[in-house]
Design a protein around this ligand. Structure first.
Ligand code: TXA
Ligand code: MG
Length: 344
């Protein structure tokens, strides 16, 4: 179907009706745009997997309204979950909890857990309140094809799924550019008695902020941690190879690539002596939150210029950069030998 793109109140109500009818609606959140379906309608959830080209055993996050009753969705909810929702919801934190037996396992890829998140974007909030009178859940992964960079604007969503009658989306709600820019922090609380809290994906909300609320620092994922596709080594990747380069090596690598006749797109965040000697370059903000806000749009843009390689100036190894560093590492996965072959 040809998706309509909109942001008015009437369109939010129409989008809620589309979801209730089992259709797909893309909507803005403060992190990235989501590709939504009724979480309790397995056929609708199956449409998400088909549209994304995502394996059916990968769980999706269920988005709920601010007033939602956690115990409708989850079982054996630990006290820490309530402390964290009080502190950070609505906002960019996803909690993995034990799934309530009545909730279809289609949303959790057959796992016994459920990922729950209450987004703060006003359009997402309005949509969740209008959908099933605020009592429903909207299953929504990021609104991109499997393995691609997540969308942070409505236009990115249209670029992913097309504008025409072949689009799998009924509607795209336009909420401007996502404020956070990278996906939510994911915290596993489904195995508190054996493993304690486990950080599955870093994001804007840091492990230190979580520790300050629940008194325990989240652990890094272990081999038995619930699977998360956003935690695959290669993910969030543009089609041009991405290579991270320390600032001290950038000038010489750029010069060598230039001599070898290679086309380079460059993403940096500090001033370089001699300007930005690349075919295409973006200067990103020097602080972690500003950088995250602009990162995916910059990767998408860099991917359109036909560069042989996207060089990214390495970012600081600091706690508030964890989310950004995680996404950059995944985007660069598999590109270890690219420079050697471009310079050969
Ligand atoms: O910021 C976000 O989280 C965005 C917006 C749209 O809310 N959503 C998002 O969804 O990033 P997605 O599907 O692209 O990534 C969600 C991650 C996946 O890695 C998925 O495997 C994991 O969450 N996940 C969801 N439910 C899970 C569960 N029950 N157990 C383990 N991991 C789960
Ligand atoms: Mg995703």
């Amino acid at each position: 179907m040809t998706p309509s793109v909109s942001k008015t109140d009437a369109k939010i109500a129409a989008a809620a009706r589309c979801l209730e009818n089992g259709e797909l609606v893309a909507f803005p959140t403060e992190t990235v745009y989501g590709l939504g379906a009724d979480a309790e309608n397995p056929q609708a959830v199956a449409k998400i997997y088909a549209a994304k080209g995502r394996p059916a055993d990968h769980p999706v996050i269920v988005h709920v309204a601010d007033e939602a009753d956690l115990s409708y969705w989850a079982a054996d909810i630990p006290a820490q979950a309530h402390q964290l929702t009080q502190a950070f919801w609505p906002g960019p934190l996803t909690l993995i909890l034990k799934r309530a037996p009545s909730i279809p396992d289609a949303v959790s890829g057959g796992q016994h857990t459920i990922g729950l998140r209450c987004p703060s974007h006003p359009i997402a909030q309005s949509l969740l309140r209008a959908f099933k009178n605020g009592k429903g859940g909207v299953a929504a992964p990021s609104a991109n094809r499997f393995g691609h960079v997540s969308p942070t604007t409505a236009q990115h969503v249209l670029d992913e799924f097309g504008h025409g009658p072949d689009s799998p989306l009924a509607m795209v709600l336009d909420g401007g550019q996502s404020e956070v820019g990278i996906e939510s922090t994911i915290l596993d609380l489904s195995r508190m008695d054996t493993h304690g809290p486990v950080l599955l994906r870093p994001g804007r909300i840091t492990p230190e902020q979580i520790r300050d609320v629940i008194g325990t620092m989240p652990a890094l994922p272990d081999a038995a941690a619930p699977r998360a596709s956003g935690t695959l080594e290669s993910h969030y990747a543009p089609s041009a190879p991405v290579v991270l380069v320390a600032k001290k090596d950038l000038a010489s690598i750029l010069e060598k690539l230039d001599q070898a006749g290679r086309k380079v797109a460059l993403l940096c965040h500090t001033a370089l002596d001699g300007g930005l000697p690349a075919n295409f370059s973006v200067m990103l903000p020097g602080d972690a939150q500003g950088y995250a806000h602009d990162l995916y749009a910059a990767l998408r843009e860099a991917d359109t210029v036909g560069a042989d390689v996207i060089l990214v100036e390495a970012t600081p190894d600091a706690s508030d950069w964890q989310g950004v560093n995680d996404r950059l590492k995944r985007a660069a996965h598999g590109s270890e030998n690219v420079l050697a072959s471009l310079l050969a």
